[in-house]
Design a binder for this molecule. Sequence first.
Ligand code: CUA
Length: 316
Amino acid sequence: MGGEPDVSPLDPHSPASEHIATLWWWMLVVAGVVFLGAVAMLVLGWLRRDKPGLPLLGESERANTTLVVAFGMAIPIVVLAALFVVSDLVLMQETDAPTASETAMSVTVVGHQWWWEVRYEGGEVATANEIHIPDRTHIALVARSADVIHSFWVPELNRKVDMIPGQANTIELYADEAGVYRGQCAEFCGLQHAHMAFRVYAEPPARFREWLANQERPGREPSTPQARRGQRLFMESACASCHTIAGTEARGSIGPDLTHVASRQTLAADTIENTPRNLFRWIRNPQSIKPGDKMPGLGLGAARFHAIAAYLAGLK
Ligand code: CUA
């Protein structure tokens, strides 16, 4: 599960993204033919620049008009209309919202400036920025937004789906093999839009259930004096009013649920690796890593941040 996750739309890992990749290749072929045709016309015009009239068609005004109407209007209309219809069919039918009977479970993802809230149906499981799914299983992904318009996009698994305030849009999430697939917000949503990424972990079903069972547990109790101090500081400071840690009095809903933050591979929406050093840097001065982010720097001093980081690093 280590290393950089895959991200190419031309390396599809689901039936829907296969249709999209096929469509892309066909569009490239059609656009290539049109481009070569235009280049051939240019070359022909240049070769015959001193000879009036057209090969085969001669010098008549009618021949010239025919040429302009055919290449300037008729062919573009036919080609563009055909591509429009075909791409609409692929995007709207082949990758249509799945019905409940077609999927095994549903996962709700809520876009926030600038992170992803992830909730699993029928349970209290909430996580952020990392979506675990069983591989070779049809999942209904429900896309919502808490603030502005975002767009959820995992290039190797399906098309983009907009996250619109007050509306739920559903697409299917399916991965044909276990792996890590990178996703990215695909709609400009403010200063840190580019740092609004996430990962999809497709795992064998048994491993997925293990992960889900761990996520259902409340946050682990701190095991060292430093981590216990960190827990106390977390509950007493502004941290607890923005974040939830199940099993504690921290019940905030503005920022990501941190109940199992240490089980995640990345921090700040796939912006930095989740290492002890990065965790400390992130909570101490989030604005230096994501300028404009809603998470403020609290100015508590290094020793207190080390204690809070020690507590968070134990939340596996
Ligand atoms: Cu969220 Cu761009």
